[in-house]
Design a protein around this ligand. Sequence first.
Ligand SMILES: C[S@@+](CC[C@H](N)C(=O)[O-])C[C@H]1O[C@@H](n2cnc3c(N)ncnc32)[C@H](O)[C@@H]1O
Ligand code: SF4
Length: 370
Amino acid sequence: MMKNNLGIYIHLPFCKEKCSYCDFTSFCADEKTQSRYIDDLLKEVSCYRSDTEQRDISTLYFGGGTPSALSPFLLEKLFRGLPKQYFSAEEITFEMNPESVSLEKLSILKEAGVNRISLGIQSFADRTLDLLGRIHSAEEGVAAVHHIRQAGFKNLNVDLMYAIGEGYPVEESVRNLVKLQPDHISTYPLELYDHRPLSKILQPVDDALSAQEFSFIHDELIANGYVRYEVSNFAKPGFASKHNIGYWERTDYLGLGVSAHSLLGSHRHSNSLTLAAYHDALSRGDKPIEERVELTREDQAFEMLMLGLRLTDGVDLSLYRERYGDLSKGQKKSIMKFRDQGLIDRRKDRLALTPEGMNLMNLVLVELME
Ligand SMILES: C[S@@+](CC[C@H](N)C(=O)[O-])C[C@H]1O[C@@H](n2cnc3c(N)ncnc32)[C@H](O)[C@@H]1O
Ligand code: SF4
């Protein structure tokens, strides 16, 4: 990626209802609150004008929350208010949930220049969807995919959850998903949070069941022409997510909106977590930054390994050396050991985890950090 490239993430935090497992920054709110949020977001965009004007916006990503929960009126207000430059991005993704997909909203997105939809289906079993507190049925998930294709979108991701619990198997959902032929599939093992209602009724699944379900997903997707290009992400050739690859390759990105994170040169920052704090900062004319961390050269070097090893193509070692110098003696020794154990592969000048290594990623990283 070129040095001047910048990814932009825009957080749209509203959901019609809150799912029983979700710990993301998302709220149920009326249209007036949502409209004020769009005003705040556009103020924040202005705060960064001098940082973005001279950059090449490579990707733009609207995530949530449920971006598709915004009304057609608010979607148009948002798209009208954002700088035209943002829409020069090569990949523009918009997250949708099945219950809020409509041909009217899809045509507004198309008109604005969105060229990739990410649809949160999670499961094709109604009893699993009920358990998760989703407000759509499996049938609505299928209908949403058809509407998205009908509206002319050629690049579609679907989110799928697994490791939900004994009695909530993933196999049937995977078979149904493959029949719909999305271009990209993101997989998520369910994470339970103590303060979310689902943790009161479900026990975490054991590692063996989680690994067995992932292995089923993996084999089924590979057999159907998908490539695993990252630990949890699969795509048809040519459809890997450019925006997410930017995160794993440590390309700069600017996160706008409540709770959004940014990486700009040698620092990371994150925004206010509540709508009130976000609004107050922007009303004072300040950037709504809650935390700012300056990264040392060592931090940056380790991040490059940690994030790059998530990709099946791994880390470009010549780029690593150019930026941070040679790997240390200790790191080289660990790499040799992991290579002998079949966990790491060194192809040309790239360092990558093998499939076995991906299952033991934390162990490898802990040693490479030392
Ligand atoms: C923040 S959500 C936004 C997408 C959209 N609102 C939706 O619900 O489909 C992104 C993805 O994170 C995943 N996710 C959210 N909470 C999770 C949890 N507790 N465990 C595992 N995956 C989770 C879901 O698969 C979801 O599609
Ligand atoms: S719809 Fe998505 S963001 Fe909203 S509560 Fe559910 S999982 Fe979280």
